[in-house]
Design a protein around this ligand. Sequence first.
Ligand code: NAP
Length: 348
Amino acid sequence: MAQLNFGGTWEEVVTRDEYPLPQAQQYLANKTIAVLGYGVQGPGQALNLKDNGFNVIVGQRPGGASWDKAVADGWVAGETLFELAEATQRADVVMYLLSDAGQISAWPVVKENLNPGDTLYFSHGFAVTFNEQTGIVPPDDVDVVLVAPKGSGRSLRTLFQQGKGLNSSYAIFQDVTGKAKETATALGIGVGSGYLFETDFKKEVYSDLTGERGILMGAIAGLFEAQYNVLRNNGHSPSEAFNETVEELTQSLMPLVADNGMDWMYANTSTTAQRGALDWRHRFRETNTPLFEELYASVASGEEARVVIEANQKADYREKLDQELEALRNSEIWQTGQQVRKLRPENG
Ligand SMILES: NC(=O)c1ccc[n+]([C@@H]2O[C@H](COP(=O)([O-])OP(=O)(O)OC[C@H]3O[C@@H](n4cnc5c(N)ncnc54)[C@H](OP(=O)(O)O)[C@@H]3O)[C@@H](O)[C@H]2O)c1
């Protein structure tokens, strides 16, 4: 554990210096780790663990796209690839990485095949926190831990291949062996995390649902549309509106923020931009705070979970989702985006 000062607040974090990979390998040397689900997180975590020298098998329902993907990635049916029940039975650590909706329907099978002393691992606090709605109540003779990479499983894999890592949170929900914390730490390092910071299941899911509905996806998409529409309604061309709203942000400014922080990005723009942005920043914060409060309350009350579970249970969920995404793709702002991307010099 390293004690670090985050802007005046001290936090304990774990890096590969405090808990090196060989220690994780040694700790889990005799354990079989089953990764259930081979969607987005499943492949990232399973392949990273395997490449890091752990004993990994994959559990997946046969006949679907994910089974074929697992086979294409080198998992062998009957040797390292099994149906959910058998993979769970064979494992000491069960990493439950089906979609959150899939976790609800597969739970009876997984629960029945857990062995006392096993570790049940999640990458999201959703199933356990909203157990009144999901029905997922872990048996009281297993450890229950969480490691949640802060990003897509795809990035987890590509960053690992580049020798980098996504930061992850970790949490302990139930510790029957007295070793749950070390198990979570070893798995967090094993899946290729950058640094690990502690949370609990509830905080993980509250922050995650707020983040993705807010800045990471919902708010950013809404703000893009609002500014783009105002520019278009005032006679600006699609090219001008898109470049001033999306392209400059993703191609020029956010990489500067990622590398050196917000103040550094501000310092490297014109004085005209700096002055106006510093003033307007306060208006945007104040105007949006009530909306973020409303969002957080909707997450904390379980309403967001209810909406998601209800939507996912509908037979035509995928079809309706595809229609919504198609409408987004066909909207003027993102059609313009397609053109602008094609015109980037590297794509020319
Ligand atoms: N997406 C991310 O990058 C990300 C990031 C951080 C945390 N997480 C968390 O990681 C977990 C996995 O998320 P994900 O995004 O990787 O999920 P996903 O891509 O939607 O994975 C779906 C997987 O679940 C299987 N599945 C779905 N319903 C099933 C059912 N009823 N029975 C059996 N298998 C079923 C699918 O198999 P088929 O192909 O057969 O349908 C597929 O392998 C979730 O808890 C999520 O919140 C995800």
